[in-house]
Design a binder for this molecule. Structure first.
Ligand SMILES: [Zn+2]
Length: 362
């Protein structure tokens, strides 16, 4: 039987262990992938630090690109764009698989469908160990979205597609048509900066970038932000000045990628009449957000939440990245690279230096 290496996460505070495991033969509709590159996402760091509880031992890492090794005969043999797949192709895949016939999947929310399986979050079992990015291989299950990556796209850039970039694509879908719109984005992690570039490409006329860190705000400017808003220095007068520069005395759309209740509350304050708030970042426990119902009603505000993405968002993310990775400095996103056996150093570096991403070259 073939074997491959994987890095097991044994719980927060426990050392990661490099193991060798049997690679199972493929089941119905499955694809065997040789992982080539994984970037550590914020939720990987949350799990590693114990902020988020997952079953263990598990294989972390879900922002992955890899090379097809084998495709089960029962797989349709094409990706989500209808392109033929063959061994050697570089692909990425949706972070989840779920039953396409389930009620939620039928309503365009497959990320909440029944029999949901999420890569980089599952427990290692005897027959099923290769389902995360911190491993040499990954077995793609039936009903997983697959996209072929153009050969010209660097692996560290392509790796971020199936979580960060696709989630941003879903956020833009929530916001609707952005042509000529004024937008403020809170939180200048990878989601925030990618959101700036995607809003720019979608025709937004003005984009404000808000964060508490100056270096992140500076970086955001290179992705197309018109104005930097440092939330540490922000005041009520600052909010008034910001709003007054727009004809509608507020912005059309706010995106929250930060998860900070303060940021979400400020976002509601700067929305113009008819504005939409899209909340994405608050995927961890925090205090409740203060909502002024009267203001929401009188100002015709809409608040939308989005978690993960659907297959249309996934394809939109690839189109966006294909057209834009050379237009914006996406090559600056991975600030440090490690090997698979250095996974623990990669986590420690990510936690202490807070780069947008660290990369694992496999
Ligand atoms: Zn993620």
């Amino acid at each position: 039987m073939r074997k491959g290496k994987l890095v097991a996460f044994n719980g927060s505070g426990q050392p990661l262990t490099l193991l060798e495991h049997d690679i199972p033969s493929l089941g119905e509709g499955e694809i065997l992938v040789r992982n080539r590159y994984t970037t550590l996402c914020g939720s990987d760091l949350h799990t590693y630090c114990g902020i988020r509880q997952e079953a263990c031992p598990s294989v972390l890492g879900h922002e992955i690109v890899g090379e097809i090794v084998e495709i089960a005969d029962s797989h349709p043999g094409t990706d989500d764009n209808g392109e033929a797949l063959k061994p050697g192709d570089i692909i990425t895949w949706s972070i989840f698989s779920s039953d396409p016939q389930s009620v939620f999947a039928q309503e365009g929310i497959p990320q909440k469908g029944t029999n949901l399986f999420k890569y980089g979050h599952a427990k290692i079992t005897k027959n099923n160990a290769f389902h995360g990015g911190l491993a040499e291989y990954c077995v793609l299950r039936r009903n997983t979205g697959v996209l072929k990556i153009p050969e010209s796209m660097p692996l560290p850039i392509a790796a971020t597609l199936n979580c960060a970039i696709a989630t941003v694509a879903a956020s833009l879908r929530m916001a609707g048509d952005l042509t000529g719109k004024n937008v403020v984005i809170f939180g200048m992690g990878l989601l925030g900066i990618a959101c700036i570039a995607m809003c720019r490409e979608a025709g937004a006329s003005w984009i404000g970038a808000a964060d508490i860190a100056d270096d992140r705000l500076l970086h955001a400017q290179h992705f197309g932000a018109n104005q930097r808003i440092n939330l540490r220095q922000h005041s009520e007068e600052g909010t008034d000045v910001l709003k007054k520069q727009f004809v509608k005395k507020g912005v059309d759309v706010v995106f929250d990628m930060s998860g900070s209740p303060d940021a979400m509350e400020l976002g509601m304050d700067i929305l113009a009449i008819g504005g939409i708030a899209v909340w994405v970042g608050a995927v961890f426990k925090n205090r409740k957000v203060g909502i002024d119902a009267e203001k929401i009603i009188r100002n015709l505000h809409t608040i939308k939440g989005i978690h993960n993405y659907n297959f249309d968002d996934f394809k939109y993310a690839l189109d966006f990245l294909e057209n834009s990775w050379q237009k914006y400095p996406f090559d600056t996103v991975v600030e440090q690279e490690f090997e698979l056996k250095e996974a623990e150093q990669a986590f420690e570096y990510a936690i202490s230096h807070k780069p947008l991403r660290v990369g694992i070259r496999i």
